[in-house]
Design a protein around this ligand. Structure first.
Ligand SMILES: [Zn+2]
Length: 217
């Protein structure tokens, strides 16, 4: 089992694929967001710092994030592989991540890039609707995934709503950030010959199949 890093633009389905891989291979899903939320509950110096930083909407200092990631990756359950998610977010962090892996004697493994057209993502974002009752996700821009009755959940009859951050403007901002900060990481790992690119314009099942093939190679 190789370690896995996913790189994908916002709304490309990275989280869904990460969950599928984790449950099939029984490896941990290391997300910086989860690590920070977890530590913020601890009554320690670092726990309090993270809690206060997150509550005020600021970014946790890089050195703290690096330390927390290193501590997490050291744990027993990562020995047989893991998925790293939400990190590295920029080239500096990628260099630092490489150093952490080196220190722990790990390889970067497979860096899987999910390629997907920006227009497709825009359609997904603007069409996404959630059931306020059972949380089922629909997409009114995708005929295979639309509710049978407009604004009504097929499963439970609940009302469908649009998340406030599922709008074009917020997406454009996140996408521009992805291009600026994340695309240099792609080149960085391409040069290391560990980048595997897959076409994300496909069903969840088919994308997972492609990922599975990469993992099993
Ligand atoms: Zn429902």
């Amino acid at each position: 089992m190789k370690n896995i890093m996913f790189i994908a633009p916002p709304a490309a389905g990275k989280g869904t694929q990460a969950e599928l891989v984790c449950s099939k291979y029984n490896i941990p899903h290391i997300s910086t967001g989860d690590i920070l939320r977890e530590i913020s509950k601890e009554d320690s110096e670092i726990g309090n710092y993270v809690y206060e930083t997150l509550s005020s909407g600021q970014l946790v200092k890089d050195e703290i994030t690096y330390q927390l990631i290193e501590d997490r990756l050291k744990k027993e359950d990562c020995r047989n592989g893991f998925i790293i998610d939400g990190f590295p977010r920029n080239l500096d962090q990628a260099y630092e991540y490489d150093k952490i892996l080196d220190k722990l004697g790990y390889e970067v493994g497979n860096v899987i890039l999910i390629n997907i057209d920006k227009k497709t993502l825009e359609k997904r974002i603007t069409g996404r609707r959630l059931c306020e009752n059972c949380k089922t996700i629909y997409n009114i821009n995708d005929e295979n995934n639309s509710p049978k009755v407009e604004s009504v959940c097929d499963n439970c009859g609940g009302k469908l709503y649009q998340r406030s951050d599922d709008n074009l403007e917020a997406f454009q901002t996140r996408y521009a950030m992805y291009q600026e900060k994340t695309e240099p990481i792609i080149d960085h790992y391409r040069k290391q010959n560990v980048l595997k690119e897959i076409d994300g314009e496909d069903s969840v099942e088919n994308i997972f199949k492609k990922i599975d093939e990469i993992i099993n190679k």
